[in-house]
Design a protein around this ligand. Structure first.
Ligand SMILES: [Zn+2]
Length: 137
């Protein structure tokens, strides 16, 4: 018959061994995952080259809106807060070119909180920058 203190010692020893086994297995899984992640990153880098990202610059060094501008180049006061927030929070746009594509597909008003007036403000800014064709009148 084992005494209570002996039972506690045995259980503690078993738990310690179990913990050690678990930590070893977790370490093995972590190393395998790191290897796989590195392989995935390599494949992504080879097959999805970095997108051009950058602002245009005018002759006097001033900012020029281009299709490779990040979305933040449209932040107020360029656009009012409402359409800007709809662009930023409503979708997966990362550059102005994404907004141009959505506009040309007539999809801007499908964004949450982007009504026709807000969409027109966005398109007006893009037209002014020469990124969308002017409206025939
Ligand atoms: Zn820019």
């Amino acid at each position: 018959m084992t005494s209570p203190s002996e039972a506690v010692r045995l259980i503690t020893a078993r738990l310690t061994a179990f913990e050690s086994t678990l930590l070893n297995r977790i370490g093995t899984v972590e190393r395998k995952l790191e290897t796989r992640l590195a392989a995935i990153e390599t494949v992504l880098r080879e097959h999805a080259p970095e997108r051009d990202l950058g602002c245009g610059q005018g002759p006097d060094g001033e900012h020029v809106l281009t299709s490779t501008c990040p979305l933040t180049c449209l932040q107020p006061p360029v656009l009012p807060a409402r359409p800007y927030n709809a662009l930023v929070s409503g979708c997966c746009f990362s550059v102005i070119g994404d907004v141009i594509t959505a506009s040309q597909a007539g999809e801007l008003t499908e964004l949450r909180n982007m009504g026709p007036i807000s969409a027109e403000r966005v398109e007006s800014v893009l037209r002014t920058a020469g990124l969308l064709p002017r409206v025939e009148s």
